[in-house]
Ligand binder design. Structure first.
Ligand code: GTP
Length: 322
């Protein structure tokens, strides 16, 4: 079976981090987002098809250097074709039922149970659905007896027809390709409303689900995974540091600082005397000087925070000043 991962978006909401790293390669607890998806695939998936466009060279070189245990094929779009156009562009690989993913979603969905559900209920496709309090920023699905009867993309507040949202994971039959036209096509806005009558089913799941497309949701995903037990503490050098709550620290230098809760600090990063870091990520080689207060931040690879700085809710990359 093939799994198609949509991985060609520009990731504008995570800029400036995504100026240098395509979103599928942004590390979450030290592993690229796309690898969280690939590692969760059931055994029957032997080929991963990545629909790429933005910074495709970085993705090519990642998969050349890292064996993920499955065949990986990259399909390029010269110009981004949208989520629907990307699927159509990969059609030469999609001749039987396939799984399809937004490349930035982290979830506890049991893909084997999801596929069973699709096989039992038939139809052109099945969407994984997740319940939220405010669905206005998402694609909303109204369901009747397990079948989706209406689909709204990002309804204005108060107009949503349900609180179930599209979790960005699908099982599709190849027949879907007959309903996607040429050029730029949005799966959610243009294709879903057209295929409802072909039998589009919903599969609601619980556990965790986070779309990592923004600073806030990325940090939320990190907290969820750390709370779920994915904590590694392997500090390289630690003098008088205080660790609070579950954290993910791998090969870091900590000196007389307060770290946590919900901090991930990757290899080669450091936090110096008198600094406090909470609910943030320090990617490889990021450095926090002395007497800093860092909260709700992404510090990209090699980012540097000078002594005495306070940062709240910022994305900082190498070369940007703070
Ligand atoms: P923003 O610019 O911040 O909205 O991020 P994005 O470009 O990643 O868009 P969005 O989060 O809506 O995309 C959801 C998923 O679809 C992501 O995994 C994207 O990589 C992917 N995606 C979005 N547009 C395209 C496209 O035109 N082509 C391909 N191949 N993938 C896309």
């Amino acid at each position: 079976m093939k799994a198609l991962i949509l991985a060609g978006g520009a990731g504008t909401r995570l800029r400036p981090l995504t100026n240098a790293i395509p979103k599928p390669l942004v590390p979450l607890l030290g592993r690229p987002l796309v690898m969280h998806i690939i590692d969760s695939l059931p055994k029957e998936v032997d080929t991963v098809v990545l629909a790429v466009s933005y910074m495709k060279g970085a993705l090519e070189s990642y998969f050349r250097q890292n064996d993920c245990g499955r065949k990986v094929v990259l399909i390029n779009e010269e110009e981004p074709l949208g989520t629907g156009g990307a699927i159509r562009n990969a059609r030469q690989y999609l001749d039987e039922m396939f799984l399809c993913f937004n490349g930035d979603v982290i979830s506890s969905l049991d893909l084997t149970a999801f596929l069973d559900h699709h096989r039992r209920h038939g139809g052109i496709g099945t969407l994984a659905l997740w319940r939220v309090a405010d669905p206005s920023a998402f694609g909303v699905a109204k369901m009747l007896n397990g079948r989706i009867t209406e689909f709204q993309e990002k309804p204005s507040p108060g107009t949503a027809v349900s609180d179930l949202i599209n979790a960005g994971t699908y099982a599709f039959e190849p027949e879907l390709l007959d309903h996607i036209g040429d050029g730029f096509v949005s799966l959610e806005r243009e294709v879903f409303p057209k295929i409802l009558e072909r039998g589009l089913h919903g599969y609601q799941f619980t556990g965790h689900w986070v779309d990592c497309g923004t600073l806030e949701s990325y940090l939320n995903a990190q907290s969820v995974l750390i709370d779920d037990g994915e904590d590694v503490v392997c500090v390289q050098r630690q003098e008088g540091a205080r660790l609070i709550g579950a954290n993910h620290l791998d090969g870091v230098t900590l000196s007389h600082c307060r770290v946590g809760p919900h901090v991930c600090a990757m290899r080669g990063s450091s936090i110096m005397d008198g600094s406090t870091v909470e609910r943030s990520v320090l990617m490889e080689g990021a450095q926090v000087g002395k007497g800093c207060v860092i909260k709700d931040c992404i510090l990209g690879p090699g980012a540097q925070v000078k002594d005495g700085q306070t940062l709240n809710g910022e994305i900082l990359v190498r070369g940007s000043s703070a």
